[in-house]
Design a protein around this ligand. Structure first.
Ligand SMILES: N[C@@H](CCC(=O)N[C@@H](CS)C(=O)NCC(=O)O)C(=O)O
Length: 342
C-alpha cells in the first residue's frame, strides 16, 4: 500500500513537471494559433519604435518583431504591438501580455536572473549620456555639479546617474517621471538643466524636437547599455527562435546577403550562405520553423545593416553613424558578431 502511494506520488510529480514544461514550451504554438505575434515596444520613440499618424509602428526594434513574424508567418505585418512605459515592461512580459519585448532594453545580471526573463542577444550597443541646451554653454558632464537632471524611472539610467554623480563628488537633483513625454516636455520647458538617457535615446528624442540643433549630446558615456530583445524564462525553444532570427540578420550582413541580391544568393555555392538560407541543413525545422526562415526575414526586411541604415543610420533624422561604432560588424572594428549558423 505504502509502495503504491509512493509510486503514485512520484507519478504525479512527474506529471506536474511535464505539464509545466509543456506549458512553458508552447509560445510558438500559441503565436501560430493566434495568427499574430504579441510584441512589446515602449512609448513611441523615433528610429527604434516610432508610431506614424496612421497608426503604423516602425523602427530598429519594431523590425525585430517584424523579423520574428516574417520567420513564422512569412508576413512581417502579423504583429500586435503593446506599448507600455519602461517601468512596467518586465511585469507586462512576465504576465504573458506579450510574447517578446523589443524596446531598447539593457541586458543586466539582475534582469536576466531574477525577473523570470531571458535576454537573447544584443541588437544595439549603447551607453548613457546627457543632453543639454546648446545655449547653456555646458561642454562636459563634469560641469553638471548641482544641476537638475531629468531621468526616466524604471530604467538602468536612474542608478547610473546616481553612481556617476556620487563617484565624481557632484551634487544631483533628479527630476523623475515614468512617462518619457512628460520628462521631455519638462526638459524643453527649462524644468531641468539636462536630460539623461541612453545616447541612442537622446538622439532619437532630439530628432523630434522643434529645433534639434539647439541641443547637444555631451561627450561622456557613463555606462554600458547593451540593448536587445527579451523573452520569458522557461520556453527555451521560443528564446532560440528570437535569438537565431537576430543572429541570422547579422550573419546575412557578414555574408553579404541582402534584400536586393537574395535570389542570386539562393544559388550561391558558399556553404555558409546555403546553411543561412536553408538550402542545406535543418536549422529552421529544428526550431519548429521552415528551413528557409531567414529567406523570409531577409526578403521582407533585409539584413542587420539594412535595418540599421533605414531607421537610425547617419542618413536618417536620428542620425547615429555606424562606422567605427560598437554597432559596426566585428570585421569592421565593431561588436556585431553572429554565432556560426551551422
Ligand atoms: N536602456 C535603458 C533605458 C530604456 C529607455 O529609457 N529607452 C528610451 C528610448 S532609447 C525611452 O525613453 N523609451 C520610452 C519608453 O520606454 O517609454 C533600460 O533598459 O532601462
Amino acid at each position: 500500500m505504502k509502495k503504491t502511494l509512493a509510486l503514485l506520488g512520484a507519478a504525479s510529480v512527474l506529471l506536474a513537471m511535464t505539464g509545466t514544461d509543456a506549458g512553458a514550451q508552447q509560445t510558438l504554438a500559441q503565436v501560430k494559433q493566434r495568427g499574430a505575434l504579441n510584441c512589446q515596444v515602449g512609448l513611441p520613440t523615433p528610429g527604434f519604435y516610432a508610431l506614424s499618424a496612421d497608426g503604423k509602428w516602425s523602427g530598429l526594434d519594431v523590425d525585430m518583431c517584424r523579423a520574428v513574424a516574417a520567420a513564422i508567418f512569412d508576413d512581417p505585418d502579423k504583429v500586435r504591438y503593446q506599448s507600455v512605459t519602461s517601468a512596467v515592461r518586465f511585469t507586462s512580459l512576465a504576465n504573458g501580455e506579450s510574447d517578446m519585448l523589443s524596446r531598447t532594453t539593457t541586458w543586466t545580471a539582475v534582469r536576466d536572473t531574477q525577473l523570470g526573463l531571458e535576454f537573447v542577444g544584443v541588437n544595439f550597443y549603447d551607453g548613457q549620456g546627457f543632453l543639454v541646451p546648446k545655449a547653456s554653454g555646458i561642454k562636459s558632464a563634469r560641469e553638471l555639479d548641482g544641476a537638475t537632471v531629468c531621468v526616466l524611472t524604471g530604467t538602468t539610467t536612474e542608478l547610473n546617474l546616481a553612481d556617476y554623480f556620487r563617484a565624481n563628488n557632484m551634487r544631483l537633483q533628479a527630476v523623475t517621471n515614468e512617462n518619457v513625454n512628460v520628462l521631455v516636455e519638462t526638459y524643453l520647458g527649462g524644468g531641468c538643466d539636462a536630460y539623461t538617457n541612453d545616447k541612442s535615446g537622446l538622439a532619437a528624442r532630439r530628432s523630434a524636437f522643434p529645433n534639434p540643433n539647439d541641443h547637444v549630446i555631451l561627450p561622456e558615456t557613463i555606462s554600458k547599455e547593451p540593448l536587445g530583445p527579451v523573452v520569458r524564462h522557461g520556453d527555451q525553444n521560443w528564446g532560440d527562435i528570437v535569438r537565431w532570427v537576430l543572429m541570422g540578420l547579422i550573419e546575412a550582413e557578414e555574408l553579404g546577403v541582402n534584400s536586393k541580391n537574395l535570389d542570386e544568393m539562393l544559388k550561391s555555392d558558399n556553404p555558409n550562405i546555403k546553411r543561412l538560407l536553408g538550402v542545406e541543413g535543418n536549422i529552421g525545422q529544428g526550431m519548429g520553423l521552415t528551413n528557409d526562415f531567414m529567406v523570409r526575414v531577409i526578403r521582407h526586411l533585409g539584413n542587420y545593416g539594412e535595418l540599421y541604415e533605414r531607421h537610425v543610420g547617419a542618413s536618417t533624422p536620428v542620425g547615429i553613424p555606424r562606422e567605427e561604432s560598437l554597432n559596426a560588424l566585428w570585421t569592421k572594428g565593431g561588436l556585431m558578431y553572429a554565432m556560426p549558423f551551422r
